[in-house]
Design a protein around this ligand. Structure first.
Ligand code: SF4
Length: 410
């Protein structure tokens, strides 16, 4: 076992729980081109001028924010957007900024999101050299037809190549993001994608159901009739129908069993990992821990205060150049005790381990059962929730419909 592997394996969720330092999320708001279903804040085809303004802004923000993490950060997650759309020079600058201000230590989980169409040996070398020890690849599907219908820039061959290059570069902790419920996707096609993903032996898998978000090209194509009724012949540029809720649930349930049989345990509604390979950064957020968010559009939650950064890269960079905080004018919110408690419950119930009752009492000074007595009793009677000795959990059979249950706790 390499020392890196030993470090990661030795610090499971309990180890991370004892660490009260905030996690650090860094948003890179650029992509090579926009995928048809994407509602995240990211700008396609950025020029060097914009990237340079972003990096200058980020350096200023890191300098301002490192005082919020005087003992360093518990984890680092660089996401987007597509961080690996940056050139080798851009990536080196970004990593240099973060290392200088936050000095993540060798036990720190440090993840970077990557699009398989943007990787090469040199970028992977730069990431590893800077201490990045976890790579999350946006694979989405192993069907070239489906990848094309989503407007993804990569094809299945590039996912396989990306995994090979990442392993060669020394990454021993890989995640693949996959999507189901895609236009015209059958259960069989989904099964093929999962089998291909597992064959690459990633340590972690994230599975998301496609939801056409309002305002995206995909949603427009489904609302303006260019998508087909199930039995209609396909006109040019049309999309086949989306699997309905029942078909999506079937895909999800099949995946849970298939992955469990191969050693991947579902530890959160959408996340599956081999033993000790849960994403520590996200797990800490789901357990209600503080996090700092840097970059345009990023959100931080520290000591009960949530703040949201300006989205425009230019405005963000300009504010920081003038030594001002890059926050949205109405982007700073003091969360009430009730909001914090609801969030803890809602995020915690997404986890297989559930909400820790004693941690809830420690952090809020009240017993969870005293606050949610009536609604809690109803779901316990229905068998949807399970009350353990020190936890409240969602019964596994209800995981896929978690959102419907959780809204009752808001
Ligand atoms: S690569 Fe990711 S962030 Fe970029 S457009 Fe596609 S889905 Fe959105």
């Amino acid at each position: 076992m390499s020392s890196l592997r030993r470090d990661i394996a030795g610090l499971g969720p309990e180890g991370a729980e004892a660490d009260r330092r905030p996690g650090l999320y860094v948003h890179v708001p650029f992509c090579l081109r926009k995928c048809d279903y994407c509602a995240f804040y990211s700008l396609p085809e950025p020029g060097w001028g914009l990237i340079s303004a972003y990096l200058q802004g980020l350096a200023g923000e890191a300098e301002l924010c490192c005082q919020d993490a005087p003992d360093g950060v518990s984890s680092l997650f660089i996401g987007g957007g597509t961080p690996t759309v940056l050139s080798e020079e851009g990536l080196s600058k970004l990593l240099g900024i973060l290392t200088r201000s936050f000095r993540p230590d060798e036990n720190c989980e440090q993840s970077v999101e990557a699009n398989p169409g943007t990787l090469n040996r040199e970028k992977l070398r730069i990431l590893r050299q800077a201490g990045i020890n976890r790579l999350s690849l946006g694979a989405q599907s192993f069907s070239d037809l489906l990848l094309k219908s989503l407007g993804r820039i990569h094809r299945a061959g590039e996912i396989r190549e990306g995994v090979r290059l990442a392993r060669d570069a020394g990454f021993s902790n890989l995640n693949l993001d996959l999507m189901f419920g895609l236009p015209g996707q059958s259960l069989g096609l989904w099964q093929e994608t999962l089998a291909e993903a597992v064959a690459l032996a990633p340590e972690h898998l994230s599975l998301y159901a496609l939801t056409p978000e309002e305002g995206t090209p995909l949603a427009r194509r489904y609302s303006d009739g260019t998508a087909c009724a199930p039995s209609a012949p396909l006109p040019p540029r049309s999309l086949p129908p989306l699997p309905d809720d029942e078909q999506q649930a079937e895909m999800y349930d099949w995946a849970v069993e298939y992955l469990a049989a191969r050693g991947y345990l579902r530890y959160e509604v959408s996340n599956f990992a081999l033993p000790d390979r849960e994403c520590r950064h996200n797990s800490a957020v789901w357990r209600g821990r503080d996090y700092l968010g840097l970059g345009p559009g990023a959100v931080s939650t520290l000591r009960g205060v949530r703040r949201r950064n300006l989205e425009s890269v230019r405005d963000y960079a300009e504010h920081l150049a003038q030594g001002r905080n890059p926050w949205e004018p109405t982007g700073v919110e003091v969360l009430s005790a009730q909001e914090l408690r609801s969030e803890r419950l809602i995020l915690g119930l997404r986890l297989r381990e559930g909400v820790c009752l004693s941690a809830f009492r420690r952090d809020f000074g009240v017993d969870l059962r005293d606050i949610y007595g009536e609604v809690l009793a109803r779901y316990l009677r229905m068998g949807v929730l399970i009350l353990g000795e020190d936890s409240l959990r969602l019964k596994p059979a209800y995981t896929f419909v978690a959102n419907a249950v959780l809204k009752d706790f808001v």
